[in-house]
Write a protein that binds this ligand. Structure first.
Ligand SMILES: C[S@@+](CC[C@H](N)C(=O)[O-])C[C@H]1O[C@@H](n2cnc3c(N)ncnc32)[C@H](O)[C@@H]1O
Length: 372
């Protein structure tokens, strides 16, 4: 007789609060994700919602469907507001609502969208009027943490104009500026302190998100990754870095794919394919029909699970996805790799090649995997 396996549940769901927006933007490279998943018109995709940027980016590749799931309803409320904005606003109105332009009245734009929102989403945003007025792309706990870094640390040493001019305008000025930045010992000390575990857990993330992080010096780790990305070739076009340092973008058309004007118009016809689910992904997978999801994006959720539970998740996944189904995830501060016994092939060479192109400097690696 076979014993019925206990249902897999999310560990992190019970450990921290999920009633506010933690990420107002997705900090996982959308080009890397698209190149890894190679979405086609037959794909049914499963993706973590987070702030929705990568759900919209994957959608532009024309899959059959995309299921966006998050256990944090606030993250899904953010995605739902973006979807309503794409459907019902013009491009200028949309980017103004998000916070990129000051010209239009954001509350008036929100009022235009209210009748298109579900009761639950409406309830969330009606309580966040202040956030809408300030611009929703700045409202995540993480984005606020970056803004505080810009104001109170970075700003002590470098002006916004200096950063713009030397890093994001003229490539040739970069090297001299970088030498000054890297050799500034006081800035380095402040940076390492601000991105150290203690400060991050207190204000940027949640202590529960560090449950499986070993005793590495996180601030020092961040400093080295930060210096590496600054030394890389495509700094001028690295909009993730630009937002991290300045909370703004020079050219919206060359940032998140959904913020590009041409893509915005395409998305108007595509957003109907998104199914938004408020749940733990562990539950959704349990109930998913076998073979339905052909591609998946898991953000860096395995970070928050112990390795045993992560392996159980991978085992469930390989029984639910068809063979050659592909999925992607990032490792941030914790290393998770699917065991071979779980009938999953880790595509090492491809993962490494794509990770080298990653414009977000936080992560330690990227895993592209295929179900055997
Ligand atoms: C994994 S986080 C990205 C975090 C960011 N890279 C970091 O670690 O600071 C992205 C989203 O995943 C959601 N999430 C985490 N674990 C989940 C789970 N088991 N099921 C559904 N959503 C989950 C979170 O609510 C969040 O909105």
């Amino acid at each position: 007789m076979q014993l019925e396996k206990a249902k897999l549940q999310s560990e992190i769901a019970k450990k921290m609060s999920w009633d506010f927006i933690r990420y107002a933007n997705v900090w996982e490279d959308s080009d890397v994700l698209n190149n890894a998943l190679k979405v086609n018109s037959c794909d049914n995709i499963l993706s973590i919602s987070s702030a929705g940027c990568n759900v919209l980016s994957l959608l532009l590749k024309g899959p059959k469907s995309i299921t966006a799931i998050d256990l944090n309803r606030s993250q899904n409320a953010l995605l739902e507001l973006k979807i309503a904005g794409i459907k019902n606003l013009n491009y200028n109105e949309f980017i103004c609502l998000l916070g990129f332009k000051q010209k239009l009245d954001r509350l008036f734009l929100y009022e235009k969208l209210r009748k298109n929102l579900s009761k639950q989403v409406l309830e969330f945003w009606d309580n966040e009027i202040d956030t809408i007025e300030k611009g929703i792309v700045f409202c995540g706990r993480l984005e606020k943490y970056f803004l505080n870094f810009q104001k109170n640390i970075l700003g002590k040493y470098f002006s916004k104009k200096e950063l713009q001019d030397n890093l994001f305008t003229v490539e040739s000025r970069k090297n001299e500026f970088l030498v000054a930045l890297k050799n500034n010992d006081l800035f380095k000390k402040d940076f390492i302190w601000y991105f150290g575990k203690q400060m991050l857990a207190k204000q940027g993330r949640d202590p529960a998100q560090f449950a499986y992080v070993s005793d590495v010096d996180i601030g020092d780790y961040f400093w080295h990754r930060f210096c590496n990305i600054l030394a890389s070739d495509n700094v001028k076009d690295n909009f993730y870095l630009q937002f991290f340092l300045t909370s703004g973008y020079q050219d919206l058309n060359r940032t998140q794919h959904y913020l590009n004007e041409k893509n915005f118009l395409k998305l108007k016809h595509l957003v109907g394919k998104i199914v938004v689910v408020n749940d733990e992904i562990e539950n959704l997978l349990e109930d998913a029909p076998r073979g339905f999801f052909t591609k998946a994006n898991f953000s860096d959720i395995f970070e928050y699970m112990n390795d045993e539970i992560a392996q159980e998740f991978f085992e469930n996944l390989s029984s639910k996805m068809p063979s050659s189904g592909r999925f992607v995830f990032w490792n941030f501060l914790v290393k998770r790799v699917p065991a071979k016994s779980n009938k999953i092939r880790h595509l090492k060479a491809e993962s490494l090649k794509l990770f080298k192109q990653d414009r977000v400097f936080f992560y330690r690696d990227l895993l592209v995997c295929e179900v055997c």
